[in-house]
Write a protein that binds this ligand. Structure first.
Ligand SMILES: [Zn+2]
Ligand SMILES: [Zn+2]
Length: 353
């Protein structure tokens, strides 16, 4: 039996450790991938810590959830099919595929409606079942493998989480009012990807917001039509002014009280503020602002399999300007998670086993 290397979280609050074990064997409909690229997502920092900050001193503890320990994290996976179960297609052997990781139970109303990402009992790879920070990963069914011929695997793996999440969030603000503006808050991996995909979707007026001029410069290179450093107390007024009072959509990739308050304060009537960032905290919101301003405050979580297929099609047919990708060996997992925590990563770090 061949040996396979993975990095596992064994206890919350401790770094992932290297484990060598037998290469798993795919059974039935399962497919075994030899992982070539795994993107490192900021949510893995929270998983490693074992909790999500809910603000006001409250925490969501993952020890109380269905998340298993030990856990191999990693949900932005590209790999080559190495073995298949007896009910899976032999023709997949040797094929390179992008993995849809947001796999549901298959039985609840969300799964029956093809929205695995809303499943009540998710089996997400790298979160609720073993993921891609290793040499191999088991995917439960070949329907979660997406053909990606012609696309760069190092960048394409990032479509599985950051790409899909912003693609689905950008859908929530469609159709955009004529001559209005869209702001994207936070120019980390999610935000830069949101700028790129907004450009590919043909959105005309894109304002990038961040507190770092260097990140804003990258956003301009990717196609943002304006950039705003939001570290000043006047940021609300500056953002509203940059949009000529017509800020219709905001994608908040940070999810802090300050970023959501900025978004709500700067938008026009009828606007949509979509929250996808998980930084945490809570806000006080004067409730009449919702009806008076016809404001939609929307949360989205990743996206569906259909949306991921559409996104990969978009990547094949339109140019999605690629954000910076930093390729590193898998051994750099823990230092990468700490760099993400410290806000030091520009674009996406992608690990190769
Ligand atoms: Zn992610
Ligand atoms: Zn389900």
């Amino acid at each position: 039996m061949a040996i396979s290397r993975t990095f596992q979280i064994q206890r919350y609050g401790t770094p992932p450790v290297e484990i060598q074990s037998d290469t798993p064997e795919p059974l039935g409909h399962e497919v075994l991938l030899n992982v070539s690229h795994t993107g490192v997502c900021h949510s893995d920092v929270h998983i490693m810590d074992g909790y999500q900050d809910l603000g006001g001193g409250e925490r969501m503890n993952f020890a109380d959830s269905a998340m298993p320990l030990p856990l191999t994290m990693g949900h932005e996976i590209v790999g080559t099919v190495e073995a298949v179960g007896d009910k899976a297609d032999q023709a997949l052997l040797g094929q390179r595929r992008l993995v849809f990781p947001w796999i549901g139970c298959g039985e609840c109303v969300s799964c029956q409606g093809e929205q695995d990402n809303h499943c009540e009992k998710p089996r997400t790879l790298g979160i609720f079942s073993q993921g891609g920070y290793g040499e191999h990963v088991i995917v439960p069914n070949q329907k979660y493998l997406i053909e990606m011929d012609g696309l760069d695997p190092a960048w394409t793996c990032t479509l599985a989480c950051s790409g899909l999440t912003v693609f689905s969030a950008l859908r929530q603000i469609q159709p955009i009012k004529p001559n209005s503006y869209v702001a994207i808050v936070g120019m980390g991996g999610l935000g830069l990807m949101a700028v790129s995909i907004a450009v590919a979707l043909g959105i005309k007026n894109i304002i990038a917001c961040d507190i770092s001029d260097d990140r804003l410069a990258i956003a301009r290179e990717l196609g943002a039509t304006a950039a705003l450093n939001t570290s000043t107390p006047e940021a609300e007024h500056e953002l509203a002014a940059l949009a000529n009072g017509r800020l219709f959509g905001v994608i908040d990739t940070v999810g802090l009280p300050s970023t959501i308050q900025l978004a709500i304060a700067a938008t026009m009537k009828g606007a949509r503020v979509v929250v996808i960032g998980l930084a945490g905290g809570r806000i006080e919101l004067p409730l009449p602002t919702l009806p008076f301003n016809a404001l939609s405050l929307i949360g989205t979580y990743t996206g569906s399999l259909d949306e991921m297929q559409e996104l990969v099609e978009l990547a094949k047919t339109e140019t999605i300007p690629p954000m910076p990708i930093d390729l590193k060996p898998l051994d750099c997992l823990h230092e990468t998670l700490e760099a993400l925590r410290a806000g030091e990563v520009v674009g996406r770090v992608v690990l190769t086993p």
